[in-house]
Design a protein around this ligand. Structure first.
Ligand code: SF4
Length: 235
């Protein structure tokens, strides 16, 4: 049984239980995908580099913002840096909750959430921000649910808040997805996430969900590492 879940783990679980088991329970490293012609780093490495740079820059520990973040969002990130100096911004929060959704230590948490930026706008209003590298198209539903979970946990951890703006900053494509939640609206998502998170942490069987959509990207399939023999082949 999985000890904890996160938003990305939930996605892996709901895509294919066997994939989840191989990646998170057996902890088998996914084989590296070959770089495409002209590509100089893997998408995950690139995303981590950009995230780390943004954090260090806003914190004031780094003097230069990387080109990818600066291109469209430089002015906004500069503003975060100023607000951080003024004590209005919290960075890289590692948020843990237990099964009752109470605040818990990260190491023992049932739900773990990593937050890029929290802006305390006023005693009753906050903005949560997640930096996104890569494409927006095709991820709309998943990302809308991520905003709901962020907003829910922000309210649970901050009883004084009445309004939370949850934002995704798509650094590469100069787009922002924003949803505004009242406390009452965000708390309505708790039941559904509780059910889905419990399904992850109570699961004891890991059948494959072989279909061409999940398997085409899976590096454990028969055409890649071969850890899953049931995956759908391209050819
Ligand atoms: S190849 Fe398909 S069925 Fe097998 S683990 Fe990956 S996604 Fe699941």
């Amino acid at each position: 049984m999985a000890h904890s879940w996160s938003f990305s783990r939930l996605g892996d679980f709901e895509k294919c239980k066997k994939y989840f088991w191989l990646k998170h329970e057996q902890k088998i490293p996914e084989p590296e995908r070959a770089l495409r012609p002209g590509q100089t780093e893997h998408a995950n490495d690139r995303g981590s580099r950009i995230h780390d740079n943004c954090e260090l820059y806003v914190r004031g520990d780094h003097d230069a913002l990387c080109a990818e973040a600066d291109k469209h969002f430089g002015a906004k990130i500069d503003l975060l840096r100023i607000m951080y100096e003024d004590g209005m911004v919290e960075l890289e929060g590692n948020w843990g909750h237990d099964e009752d959704w109470e605040i818990a230590e990260w190491s023992a948490a049932w739900l773990r959430l990593k937050l890029d930026v929290l802006v305390n706008v006023s005693p009753t209003e906050a903005i949560v921000i997640d930096y996104k590298s890569g494409k927006k198209w095709g991820n709309e539903v998943k990302h809308a649910q991520q905003l709901q979970l962020y907003a829910l946990c922000t309210f649970l951890r901050n009883p004084h808040l009445e309004v939370v703006d949850a934002e995704l900053w798509y650094l590469d494509v100069n787009e922002t997805t924003r949803q505004t939640f009242t406390r009452q609206q965000a708390l309505m998502f708790k039941r559904s996430f509780d059910k889905r998170g419990t399904a992850v942490t109570m699961c004891t069987t890991w059948p494959p969900s072989a279909n061409k959509f999940s398997c085409q990207w899976c590096l454990y399939g028969p055409e890649h590492s071969g850890h899953c023999a049931e995956g759908v082949r391209k050819k």
